[in-house]
Design a protein around this ligand. Structure first.
Ligand code: URA
Length: 231
């Protein structure tokens, strides 16, 4: 992460104010005065302001608009991971709260707060996720009833939990599910003889993907968004 961004985050000031501190030679990195806001701060840097060491304190929470082609794991031999999209100190300490497939786009939540993400991903907590789906074949009305009753996924013992389906046009729909089984949406449509050709997550719980975020962009969650999962 750039030094000016690091200063604005840890001191709660604007980047312009951070620039002024740098210009005024108020900031030291590893014992040396630094004036260049573009300097990259890594985990092993000791950044000091007025003789006080600056550290990130408290957990971090972000939303990302995931582009297609990026995977949600930390390591992958073939594809870039979502973590390369983050300009943060120690991105390896963050994890995804509810992964998306490589070809799925849209809302991804990232945090280093394991208890918080557990509320989103644990099957014991009912957390709804909303997806926009495009299908290879027309979606018949009866799929609404089938998803409401639950469908049998290959390799699973129990039916899926009731899911809501809103048909938008012949081959497009919005589905709301409250579990997060592996490839769940794709497997649900496969179970009724259809095929997902595009999948985009719009919402998790009450947190909606920020329309201002272009694919690949991210922002910190607001206090309200963070608190919405802790009820
Ligand atoms: N369901 C899927 O099939 N894939 C995703 O990425 C998310 C939900």
């Amino acid at each position: 992460m750039r030094l000016d961004k690091f200063l604005s985050t840890t001191l709660g000031i604007t980047r312009k104010e951070a620039g002024k501190l740098l210009k005024d030679k108020m900031i030291e990195v590893n014992g040396e005065v630094v004036k260049n806001g573009a300097l990259k701060v890594t985990d092993d840097c000791d950044v000091e302001f007025n003789g006080r060491s600056l550290r990130f304190n408290g957990p971090r929470y972000f939303m990302l608009n995931k582009p297609s082609g990026f995977v949600c794991s930390h390591v992958d031999d073939y594809n870039p991971t979502v973590f390369v999209l983050l300009d943060e100190v120690s991105p390896e300490k963050l994890h995804v709260a509810g992964r998306l497939d490589g070809d799925t786009t849209g809302l991804v939540l990232l945090t280093d707060d394991g208890q918080w993400s557990h509320r989103i991903t644990s099957p014991r907590h009912v957390c709804e996720k909303v997806y926009y789906v495009e299908l290879a074949d027309p979606v018949p009305e009866e799929t609404i009833q089938q998803f409401a009753e639950g469908v049998q996924l290959r390799g699973e013992k129990e039916l899926t939990r009731p899911a809501k389906l809103e048909i938008l046009d012949e081959r497009a729909a919005v589905i709301t599910i409250s579990e997060g089984k592996y490839h769940q949406v794709k497997r649900m449509f496969a179970a009724v003889g259809n095929k997902v050709v595009a999948l985009h997550r719009e919402q998790i719980g009450s947190v909606e993907l920020d329309e201002e975020l272009e694919p690949g962009e991210y922002r910190p969650l607001t206090e309200e968004e963070i608190a919405s999962f802790v009820k």
